[in-house]
Design a protein around this ligand. Structure first.
Ligand SMILES: Cc1cc2nc3c(=O)[nH]c(=O)nc-3n(C[C@H](O)[C@H](O)[C@H](O)COP(=O)(O)O)c2cc1C
Length: 340
């Protein structure tokens, strides 16, 4: 068929689509966080997205895969998919808790993603504050070092989760303040450290103290998304669940934490030694991510857990398509939107 006839057929089909879809395309909600400026720029290419750096490695997308899974049947498949996406799209990768491979290699391959990820993207191992306490108390810091080495990771994420452990039926008890434990860890293990919460976020004093530490990043793990205190409550019987549930509503949203971080930075000035922030917890899409990054006054990327998980359980192509739309969305943001 001649090209001109093909073009006419396509245009006609498109016009027909427009008639059929117009009634489905009425907008009712408006995102009022941004100014939209259509007059000032051509269509974007991927270079409009600023390259960020975490652990000395460059991220082409300011996006981080929040710590999730390992040690279950599906985990290896999910982690391999996520690692492939991080390599293809230039994102960072936080592994889920590596406790299960501290002493035993049975599940090592679930976590062994460096060969897929390649050397250029940041990869962090993950342990809970209770395990760190325990290892340090028992003079087993060598276990932490060897974990990072075996995984060829760039450093360690420590998840600080007192509320989760407190509500977990078989939860660990934390003996010292997490701040003291992180300080001890810094003194004995020479590696890059990220500290994160798991669904409640950090209040202003905790944030201020974390920002003073010579750590690679704080990951918010803010309130508003997946919440591990809530998750643990679901594992109790109904009456206990109901009685304790109000406690899971406490915490700090990512938006509030951005303001708290900026305020703390303005007070600390040169005393702030933490290099970066990973904004996470309830971040629904690239607009939320762009909004938080535009507000933060420190090197920052944003992270998602459940949104990636949703797309990582099946074929890689499903996850690839999700990442592609996040990239396209971010290109739109950086080219056309300015924070109000
Ligand atoms: C299935 C699943 C497993 C998780 N496991 C861990 C973990 O092992 N260590 C950790 O620090 N956080 C863990 N998290 C918490 C996430 O890293 C993240 O802080 C939290 O889910 C908020 O992100 P979201 O709202 O985008 O899901 C897990 C989250 C999910 C959904």
């Amino acid at each position: 068929m001649p090209a001109q006839v093909l073009d006419q057929n396509q245009t006609s089909k498109r016009k027909q689509d427009h008639i059929e879809l117009a009634f489905l395309s009425q907008t009712s909600e408006r995102d009022e966080r941004f100014y939209y400026e259509p007059m000032l720029s051509p269509h974007p290419n991927e270079h409009v997205i600023p390259v960020k750096e975490i652990a000395g490695k460059k991220l082409k997308l300011p996006l981080w895969v929040s710590s999730m899974t390992g040690g279950t049947e599906q985990a290896g498949h999910i982690n391999r998919n996520l690692a492939r996406a991080c390599k293809e799209f230039g994102m960072g990768f936080g592994l889920g808790s590596c406790r299960i491979i501290l002493d035993d290699d049975t599940y090592f391959e679930d976590f062994n993603v460096r060969p897929i990820l390649g050397d250029d993207q940041p990869l962090f191992a993950n342990l809970g504050i209770a395990q760190i306490e325990d290892l340090l108390d028992n003079k087993r810091a060598d276990k932490i070092k060897s974990l990072i080495k075996r995984l060829d990771a760039d450093g360690l994420i420590v998840h600080v989760n007192p509320l989760q452990e407190w509500l977990q039926p078989e939860g660990d008890r934390i003996k010292y303040s997490p701040l003291d434990t992180i300080q001890r860890l810094i003194n004995v293990v020479d590696t890059k450290i990220i500290v994160k919460e798991v669904g409640q976020g950090f209040g202003p004093r905790s944030l201020m103290e974390l920002l003073r530490l010579p750590i690679e990043a704080i990951e918010f793990g803010a309130h508003g998304g997946t919440n591990f205190a809530t998750l643990e409550l679901h594992r109790h019987e109904d009456s206990i669940k109901k009685q304790l549930s109000p406690i899971t509503n406490i915490g700090h949203s990512a938006d509030e934490m951005v303001d708290l971080t900026n305020l703390a930075l303005s007070k600390l000035r040169y005393d702030a030694r933490c290099k970066s922030v990973i904004a996470s917890g309830g971040i629904q899409n690239f607009l939320d991510g762009y909004y938080l990054l535009s507000k933060l006054k420190i090197n920052a990327v944003y992270a998602q857990a459940s949104a990636f998980l949703k797309h990582a359980t099946g074929d890689y192509e499903h996850l690839q398509q999700y990442c592609e739309s996040q990239r396209k969305g971010l290109m739109t943001c950086y080219q056309y939107l300015k924070l109000k």
